[in-house]
Design a protein around this ligand. Structure first.
Ligand code: C5P
Length: 227
């Protein structure tokens, strides 16, 4: 089933502390964002990669991808102040019935997970990648433990997140009208409250490169996959 993917890439990377967009940092001598784009570039069902960028970085992104075999699949859209606003802007460029949202900072997503997400979104409307929580989770206030949360039903949520287009469009419009800001797309769909969201079990190595130590993990993952 054909789909477009929105790839938010307009963050400033404050938590990485690199002084620039973390997606432009290199992994194996190539910017992180290119690793992410190449996954979807190789997906025959992916018709368009809508990369959401900051206007000041447009030249860098265009130069980085010009002449690439997947250049024709790319569309660039300007982002907003928060990730949610960036995705909202990206939605306007979608021209397929199924849409995926995938953070530019997750270059290790595996194709079978993408395929399952798309199938489930076609079937039931919304599907997200996630892994079961491994650690013991405690709630605390001012560093004082309040309670231990039963982890047996907890999932750590990743991207991609896949939706039938009208479901995500309506959720974003609802969030805008309500002034609700979520940290992922599914939370908007949940809050709007009228459809169920399915979980597709993903991989623990589908990490989001966020802080400096994630670059060490990322290099280790690349090395392992090259073996
Ligand atoms: O900061 P964080 O890693 O959670 O951001 C997730 C993704 O959203 C990143 O790929 C980042 O570039 C993107 N983003 C965006 N627009 C923003 C903030 C973040 O496209 N305003």
């Amino acid at each position: 089933m054909e789909y477009d993917v929105i790839i938010p890439a307009a963050g400033s990377g404050t938590r990485m502390g690199a002084g620039k967009n973390k997606l432009l940092l290199e992994l194996n001598e190539r910017p992180i964002i290119l690793h992410t784009l190449e996954v979807f570039a190789g997906e025959p069902d992916c018709s368009k990669m809508i990369v959401v960028i900051q206007p000041k970085e447009e030249k860098i992104f265009r130069e980085m991808t010009v002449g690439s075999p997947y250049e024709k699949k790319l569309a660039f859209v300007y982002g907003g102040a928060e990730r949610q606003h960036s995705v909202y802007n990206g939605l306007k460029a979608v021209s397929t019935g199924i849409v995926l949202v995938h953070d530019g900072a997750r270059p290790f997503i595996r194709r079978p997970v993408i395929k399952q997400l798309v199938s489930e979104a076609v079937r039931s409307g919304a599907a997200i990648a996630a892994v079961p929580v491994k650690d013991t989770i405690k709630q605390a206030v001012d560093h004082e433990v309040v309670q231990t949360i039963d982890r047996s039903s907890l999932w750590q949520v990743q991207t991609p997140q896949a939706f039938r287009l009208p479901i995500l469009q309506q959720a974003h419009e609802w969030a805008r009208a309500e002034g609700y800001l979520g940290t992922d797309e599914a939370s908007l769909v949940e809050k709007k409250g009228d459809i169920s969201i399915k979980i597709i079990k993903s991989d623990y190595d589908n990490i989001k490169i966020t802080t400096p130590e994630d670059l060490y993990f990322a290099r280790a993952i690349l090395e392992k996959r090259a073996q």
